[in-house]
Design a protein around this ligand. Structure first.
Ligand code: HGY
Ligand code: MN
Ligand code: MN
Ligand code: MN
Length: 399
């Protein structure tokens, strides 16, 4: 099957009618349906499906073994996300297996498609959860205790979905099997539009941190409380939203975003007692992301003190700059006939694996340049070019 047909197969799964796009989060109904769908597609191709201790799904062409050529991505989404971020990599991997099979190719090395759990961190807040657990980058006890917006822990959600959270943790055996990892992914910015190319390899990913700012003030009545008597946590929260933009705009090539803000109790005629917000901060260069965050945090502290509120800042995740394996990238480039090499601001599981095994990215043009939103798109011709390019890369690596 073509990748575009496989994407069409899952187009109705996990739709978010209220927010638009897709909301497919770890162990929710849509994501579980996609897990079953992928397993069925893999078995239809006589791939041996195994789920590892961290709920990542491996579909093996040939028996699992060292030096494996692994490709894949994720099936979960951000809230209200697009149809391609993650699923394009998984469906292109299935399509690439079909292309290779149809031409009579048989891999000389083990070859696997790997579907990572909770790459977006959309439910439990830590991005690349499955690949961080696999590599030991995320402490298993911390992971088990992560809570979603309803206060459900990852351990509870995993148990309910039939997984064994007590098994979460670094999996050196599984990691040792990976000879190299290549992730196909829809491009999430304008890079390939401006370069006028359907495909690109990945050269690097900029550092990325996520931080929770918790402000506490005094809940009160919106009408009876004079302005001078207020300790309204919404004020310092608003200062952080603005500072994220002003500080990032003044820092070359930096990005900082507050996309999620949660006042408690959240009543129209109620001064909030607490406000939580999450800052996503990214800029390349050693120490530059923490420095960017420190500037924003200074504004937050000043604004909280002025309003008589308290502030607690928690780092939820941090990933350093990633530089992909240059010899793998050059090999991919040769096989693809010469394509641009793209640095990106978007993170991927391949970026987590890159610290452990030779990893690479294959990007497919997104003509809207928009991602993490329903407008995210890829043209049929570029999707086909991606799947065929991935097949060529896998054939070269697994011959
Ligand atoms: O947030 C990211 O960079 C990725 O899309 N998870
Ligand atoms: Mn994403
Ligand atoms: Mn992604
Ligand atoms: Mn009242």
């Amino acid at each position: 099957m073509k990748a575009i047909e496989l994407l069409a197969d899952i187009a109705g799964v996990g739709r978010d009618v209220a927010r638009g796009g897709y909301s497919r989060h770890l162990f929710d109904a849509g994501e579980l349906e996609l897990r079953d769908w992928f397993t069925e597609q893999a078995m239809r191709r006589d791939l041996t499906v195994r789920t590892d201790r961290n709920a990542n799904i491996w579909a093996w062409w040939g028996s699992p073994g060292p030096g494996a050529v692994v490709t894949g991505s994720h099936l979960d989404s951000v809230p209200g996300g697009g149809a391609f971020d993650g699923p394009l990599g998984v469906t292109s991997a299935l399509a690439a297996v079909d292309i290779l099979r149809d031409k009579g190719f048989r891999p000389a090395k083990p070859l696997a498609i790997l579907v990572f759990a909770e790459e977006e961190g959309g439910r439990f807040g830590v991005p690349c959860l499955g690949s961080r657990l696999l590599t030991g980058a995320l402490d298993a006890d911390r992971a088990r205790g992560l809570r979603d917006g309803a206060g459900i822990t990852l351990a509870e959600a995993a148990t309910k979905a039939g997984y064994e959270p007590e098994r979460f943790g670094a999996d050196p055996e599984a990691l040792a099997r990976i000879g190299c990892f290549v992730e196909l992914h829809v491009e999430q910015g304008r890079g390939l539009i401006d370069l006028d190319s359907p495909l690109a390899t990945g050269s690097s990913i900029i550092a990325h941190g996520r931080y929770r700012f918790s402000f506490a003030g005094q809940g009160n009545h919106a009408g009876a409380t004079l302005i001078g008597d207020r300790h309204d946590p919404m004020l310092p929260a608003a200062a952080v939203v603005a500072a994220a933009r002003t500080v990032a705009a003044a820092t070359p090539d930096a990005r900082a975003t507050v996309g999620r803000l949660a006042p408690t109790p959240g009543g129209t005629n109620v001064i909030a007692s607490t406000v939580d917000l999450w800052l996503d901060a990214r800029v390349a260069g050693a120490g530059r992301t923490p420095a960017l965050v420190a500037q924003i945090e200074a504004v937050a502290k000043e604004a909280a003190a002025q309003e008589g509120c308290t502030l607690t800042v928690t780092e939820e995740s941090y990933t350093d700059d990633v530089v992909f394996d240059e010899s793998l990238r050059r090999g991919m480039d040769r096989v693809l006939g010469g394509v641009p090499a793209l640095p990106t601001g978007a993170g991927h599981d391949a970026g987590v694996l890159a610290a452990h095994v030779p990893s690479g990215m294959l990007y497919v043009r997104n003509p809207t340049g928009i991602s993490h939103a329903p407008e995210e798109f890829a043209e049929a011709a570029d999707i086909a070019a991606g799947a065929h390019g991935l097949a060529l890369v896998l054939e070269e690596l697994a011959r």
